[in-house]
Structure formats: C-alpha cells, structure tokens
Design a protein around this ligand. Structure first.
Ligand code: ATP
Ligand code: MG
Length: 765
C-alpha cells in the first residue's frame, strides 16, 4: 500500500495530531465548537488507510447527517489525493443500521426489500390498530402512540421491555400491547420504521452472536461524530459493535439502567463514575472481573452542543465514555479555527451561564474581527426586510451567498424570509426540512383555497376531499374519477352530479353533499369576505383546524402554528387570486444543490456546519428560548436552549448578526415581545447594538405599541452596553407574555423533522 506521507497531517496542532495518530484503543475527543473535531475524524480515516491499517470496507464511521457523510468522503479524497473506493460504512446511524438490517432481514421476519415507513405511514398504521381494538382515537390519538413508541425505540426498548408504568400512559394500559401488535403488523407489511433500523440490529446482534462477531471482526476501526447527541439505542448498537470479537458463544443481554442522573448538575468525566456503577455495569458482555476488550473506537463531541435531549439523546453517553470504554484516551482541543475573537467570546460567555457542563477553554489565534451585532426591529416583517438588505450588501461586496445562513429557532419563522427572498430574487435553500409552503398542513390548506379559487383543480380537490376523514375513501374517489373522465368534467362537478344519484351509499353521499355545499358557500362568501378571514373560516368550518387540535402528537401544535402563519402571510396580498399566484411562484423555484444560495434552516439542523455570515433572528422570550422551556419546571430545557444559542453563534466564521423584533405574531395574534434573556448574557465588550436597515424601525411609528416603545428606548443608537435590563425586569414581572399557555405551538423541532425521523437529512440508503 502506497504511503501517502504525512502531508495530510502537516496542518494539525499537536493535540489534533495525537487524536489522529492514536489508532489503538478507545479515544474520546471532547472539545468545543470549531476546534477541528470533524477534521480530526476525517484525517484519522485518511491516516488509517494510508498506514494500511484497514481497508475502506473495514472502517465504520458515523456522521450526524447524510450530507456530512458526503462531505467527509469528499475531503478524504482531497487528503489522499485520490477518490476513495468503497466506503460502504460511512453514513448516519440509521443509514448504516438499515444496511445491516437489510443484510439479515429474514432474522427480523422481513424481506431484504422492506419499506421504511415515514411518520405519516406510521400513524396511519397505528390508527388501524386502534380501530381494530375499539380504542377511541380522539381520546388516544395515534400520533401520541407513535411518539411513545419512538421514545421507547430510542431507548432501545422492545415491547416486552417497556416498563409497565409507561405502557399504562396510553389507553388504560394498552400501550405495550399496541406496541407489540404494531411490530407484528410491520412484519406482515414487510416494513420497518426508523427506530427499527437500529433496534432490530440490536436484537439480531443479541440473538445471533455469530453475526455480531462477523461485524466485530469486520470493523477494525469505528469513528463517531457528534457523540454528545447519541441516544440509548445508538449507544447500545455502538457498544455491541465496538467489543473486540469474542469467542464465547453467548452474550449476556445488554441492558442499560436508567441514566437520568445527568440532572445532578455535577457532570464531568470523573463524576460520571458513580458509586455502585461498577457492580451493575450495564454493558459488560464479559465475565465479571475481566475488562471488556474494546477495539479502536474514536468518538468526538462537545457537551455544550448537545441539543437533541428532546429526542432522547443522552449527553451522559459522552460524560461516561471513559467508563464505558476503559483505558480511553481523552483528548481536548482548545484552539478554535473557525471564528473570530469577538464571535468566540460572545459564544463562550453565553454558554458559561449553563451550570451542567464540563467547562472548557476555547481560544482563537484569529483577529477579533467584527463585533457580534444585535439589531432590534419593529416587527418580524421589518426583521426579514433588514436581513434581506444586509444580504444584498454582502452580495454586492462580491461574497458568495453560499457563505450566508439564517438560523431560526422555529420553522414557522422561515416563511417570512422565503417570501422576502422570492421578492428580492435571492436564491435560497431550506436545509433539513421542507420549505414552508411544502409542509403537509400548508399544502392541505392551500388545496382548500385552490378548490375555492378554481373548481377544476382536481389535484387539490383529491387532496382534501377526505381530509379530515369524512368516509370518502379510495373507492369513492375512484368513482368520481370514472364519472369525471366519462363526462369530461372536473372532479368537483362529478361530485355535484354523483350526489344526485344513488351510486354512493347514503352515508358517503351525505358527506360528499356536505363538501359540495360547503365549497359553494365559501365561493359565495369570497365575494363579501376578506380573503384572510375566508381562509380562517375555511380551515375552521372544514374541520381541518379541529383535526390538528384534537391531535395530541408532538408536532400537532407546530402544525397549527404554521397554519396561523399561513393565514397571516395572506395579509400581504390583495386577494386570494394574488396570493395563490405568489404561492405558485414560490413553489416553482427549484434551487439546485450547487446553485449559489442563502441557506435557511433551524438551529437544530445547523450542527457541524459553518458560514462566513450567520443571521440569528427572533431572539425573543417565548420564541428563543421557547415558551415551552419557559413554562417548564427546572432548568434542563432552558440550558438546552442556551446550548442551541451557542451552536448558532459558533456556526459563524466572520460575522454573527442577532435580531429581535418588538412585535411578533405568535399563536396568531400580535404580541409585543421581550428581548431574549440570552441577549443579557452576551458580553458587552463583544457586542454592538445596531439599527435595523429595514426601514421604519424606531423612529416614527408613533403611538402604536407605545408602552413597549418606552422599554425599548434604551436601545437608541449609541449604546455600547446591552440595554435590555429594563426589559428583563419587566419580564420578571410579566412572565412569558407571548404564550397562549401550555406548550402551544412550540414543537417546531418535531414539526421540522417528524418525531420519528432520525436526523435532519435522513435520506436514502
Ligand atoms: P463543530 O463542533 O462545530 O462540529 P468541529 O470541532 O467539528 O466543529 P471542524 O468543523 O472540524 O470543527 O473545524 C472547524 C474549521 O476549522 C474547519 O473549517 C476546519 O477546516 C478548520 N480547521 C480545523 N483544524 C484546523 C487546523 N489545524 N488548521 C487549519 N484549519 C483547521
Ligand atoms: Mg464537527
């Protein structure tokens, strides 16, 4: 094997180099943002290959997204000077897990061509099971069950392992039984859900030690990026694969005790060794007293960037690494190569407000650069306008749009930016989720409006004729199609004709008649009602809003929020026709992957990425941090939000620009908002307060919202110290004022990536 020489090693600092060159035994790189963790992993693969320690097919490397995997492969090619052939085990947990499951599908009662269900399929299937069991789906929504099952799968629990107390939460104790029948149904359908892609692997590994051994022998090196966000199932899967192949034919079942003690606020590598741990070590598949033999595993991560706790990630996994992998070498990297001094200082200062953290030093040898800016706007529209202008300026300076990102806390925030970009003709892409107008609930709502606007819009009619459920199933739709084809009329007219005949059963005929009558009424109303009001009426009268209100799943609230945002977005158009025309323009835009474009994404999807210019809009109480975490007891949620802020700031190489608006529509109504507490936590020396470029801003808006204006006056133009203390005091008095109470509308994470989807860009494998 040709030795590539140390060219790829030359730029590394000594600690990075140590992490790359320590090939034997477990290695943990625990280090802050931008210190080169991902680069270390990539270089390590290059090193393994060029040293001839393993062939590409013998290296298992886990990335957080498919995109990251592609990037790693690309970089590897650059380092080695030639494309790397055959790296079949480079991908996300789920893509690799799915690959292994396909190879042994028969052991999971599946065929190797099994289908992977998405959340919608999953929910539909669960609904059938609920019906079969006569369980009231209104009281016990299928989506809630889907969420529970996902949670159990994330924790590596099979139906028989679900604690009785938890199974009892659903349908008077039927939760566990339903989970079991769901699994059975999946097999009959030759299907797996995302959770199965790992859970079934784990079961196969446990039940067939010979197969496990085969993989243990194959993978000479294991590498894992973003280790702080692994959940229990991922941990168990890794743990099994990372044992050195043993000749013993039976492996004790690997179970993992509950590890909720991370809340004890005293994490640290040493703190993770808790008294009594050794006796009940949860993952030691060897005889007592014998050290498990662990092979060459290298995990990298940052406890300050753990942001998937809500999806079952266990930051404990990283805190107890040296316990799980005895003899682990822990390497810390302290030099940040990504951001300028001011940005790094701001990010470090913010995260220092968290109590539950290891704490680490981050330094940069880069210049201070520009200060982090904080800009207040009158409302979210002005915020979008201001950011749009700022981006145009960046463009005029000749910088690439690829180097510009907008990172939002809640997916519904994207809508205003998307509209603005369409108006400005700025190319953009949405990463990690559908664009606003492509979300299922938005498409449904638009379909209603399209049918009102154009009765001949068959696609739209078909989309919503049975949404919400009205007993107008496939057979009815088929019949309408036949009718329409024969008489060359639109589906809607076919429906009108069919209800006058007795071709449909009375019940279906009644439902269809209601639909036709409703649309006729809405069309008449259109003449006398504002289009925004009409949209609200349609959503309410059709039962569509109610459908989501009754839905108790994690993402239902986010969907309702998106619907409100849709109605609000219509205000900017004169009438329904104008609005729908705009939509077709937005929908038509196809931004190719290699086009130079602004990136729009949630903070959650931004992990691991970097951009020269990062915009961080919406830093307001109730939005960021989210209302849900404000309502919550304890500080765990708030600390996760702060880590999210830290992730956001540390994405920026040269410029980080924070925004907040004084007025924002949340839960459908305008509220005056309070600047985020995170703004108070930024160091004055590294922050500059600027004025919005978006127009009206602070000056002449007169009486509207005057009381808020008083508070905001501190913001004038010349302040060099953060002046939001008064607002802070106000907040302490007023509590979270934005909230409609409860957790309403704040499950954007779930709305962005459906509750069971494993990662921001889970793709094909
Ligand atoms: P995150 O925690 O955000 O995932 P990270 O620790 O994985 O960050 P990388 O993305 O690997 O950091 O590196 C951050 C940036 O610094 C990249 O642009 C990388 O190329 C650069 N970098 C890392 N190490 C060095 C080095 N030794 N010399 C020059 N640039 C480096
Ligand atoms: Mg990284």
């Amino acid at each position: 094997r040709a030795s590539v020489g140390p060219k790829y090693l030359s730029g590394l600092n000594p600690e990075q180099r140590e992490a790359v060159e320590t090939l034997d035994g477990p290695v943990l790189v625990l280090a802050g943002a931008g210190t080169g963790k991902t680069r270390v992993l990539t270089t390590r693969i290059a090193h393994i290959l060029s040293q001839g320690r393993a062939r590409p097919a013998e290296i298992l490397s886990v990335t957080f997204t498919n995109k990251a995997a592609r990037e790693m492969k690309h970089r590897l090619g650059q380092m080695l000077g030639h494309a790397v052939e055959g790296m079949p085990w480079l991908g996300t947990f789920h893509s690799i897990g799915g690959r292994i499951l396909r190879a042994h599908a028969e052991l999971a009662q599946l065929k190797s061509n099994f289908t992977v269900l998405d959340t919608d399929d999953q929910v539909r299937l669960l609904k059938q099971l609920l019906q079969a069991d006569n369980i009231d789906d209104k009281r016990w929504p299928a989506r809630m069950l889907a969420g529970l099952i996902d949670g159990w799968k994330n924790r590596g629990l099979t139906p028989s392992q679900v604690p009785a107390g938890e199974a009892a939460i659903f349908a008077n104790g039927k939760g566990g039984k339903l989970y079991a029948s769901y699994q059975e149904r999946l097999k009959i359908l030759n299907a797996a859900d995302f959770g199965d892609l790992l859970l079934e692997d784990i079961r196969i590994f446990r039940e067939h030690p010979d197969i496990l051994r085969q993989y243990q022998q194959r993978f000479k090196f294991i590498l894992v990026d973003e280790y702080q966000d692994t959940n229990v199932a991922q941990y168990l899967w890794l743990r099994l694969l990372s044992q050195a192949p043993s000749s013993s034919s039976s492996l004790p079942g690997l179970t993992r005790p509950s590890i909720n003690s991370s809340q004890d606020g005293s994490p640290g590598l040493d703190a993770s060794r808790r008294p009594g741990d050794d006796e009940q070590d949860h993952a030691t598949p060897v005889a007592a007293g014998e050290k498990p033999h662990v092979k060459n595993i290298c995990c990298v991560g940052d406890d300050d960037q753990s942001i998937y706790g809500w999806r079952g990630a266990e930051v404990d996994n990283i805190l107890r690494f040296d316990h799980d992998f005895p003899g682990a070498k822990v390497i810390r990297l302290e030099r940040n190569y990504r951001s300028t001094g001011h940005i790094l200082a701001a990010a470090s200062h913010l995260i220092a407000h968290n109590e539950g953290r290891l704490g680490k030093t981050l330094r940069t040898e880069d210049q201070d650069g520009e200060k982090v800016t904080v800009t207040g706007s009158w409302d979210s529209e002005e915020e979008a306008r201001g950011i749009g202008e700022e981006i145009e300026q960046i463009q005029r300076k000749g910088e690439k749009l690829n180097e510009v990102a907008i990172l939002v806390r809640a997916s519904y925030q994207m809508r205003e930016f998307e509209d603005r970009f369409v108006t400005l003709g700025l190319p953009y892409r949405v990463i990690g989720g559908p664009r606003f107008y492509e979300r299922a609930e938005i498409r449904d709502a638009l379909a209603y409006l399209r049918v009102i606007n154009s009765p001949a819009d068959d696609l739209a009619f078909e989309r919503i004729v049975n949404v919400p459920k009205r007993g107008l199933g496939d057979a009815t739709v088929q019949m309408l199609h036949d009718h329409a084809r024969k008489r060359r009329i639109p589906l809607f007219e076919a429906a009108r004709a069919v209800i006058e005949t007795d071709e449909l059963k009375p019940k279906a005929r009644g439902s269809l008649r209601d639909v036709v009558t409703q649309f006729d009424r809405w069309r008449a109303q259109r003449e006398v009602t504002a289009h925004t009001d009409l949209a609200q009426i349609v959503l309410d009268e059709s039962g569509y809003t109610e459908m989501w209100q009754k839905d108790r799943s994690a993402d239902a609230a986010g969907r309702l929020e998106n619907l409100k945002e849709l109605v609000r977005s219509m205000e900017e158009f004169e009438n329904l026709q104008g609005f729908l025309e705009h939509i077709s323009l937005v929908m038509d835009r196809d931004s190719g992957a290699d086009e130079d474009a602004v990136s729009l994404m949630t903070l959650h999807s931004a992990k691991g990425l970097e951009f020269d210019n990062v915009f961080l809009p919406g830093w307001e109480e109730g939005l960021f941090p989210s209302q849900r975490t404000l309502d919550e007891q304890g500080r765990a949620g708030l600390e996760e939000e702060r880590r999210l802020g830290h992730v956001g700031l540390t994405r920026a190489r040269r410029r980080a620009m924070i925004y907040f608006a004084t007025n924002r529509r949340i839960h459908g109504t305008w509220s005056t908002t309070i600047p985020s507490r995170f703004l108070d936590e930024l160091p004055a020396a590294n922050v500059e307060i600027t004025e919005s470029k978006g127009g009206s801003a602070w000056g002449g808006t007169g009486g509207y919202g005057a009381s808020r204006f008083d508070d905001m006056e501190a913001f004038g133009s010349t302040y060099s110290t953060p002046g939001w203390q008064r607002a802070q005091a106000n907040r302490n008095r007023g509590g979270g004022r934005n909230g409609g109470g409860g957790s309403g509308g704040f499950e954007e994470e779930a709305a962005t990536f459906s509750s069971s989807s494993p990662g921001p860009d889970f793709g094909s494998f």
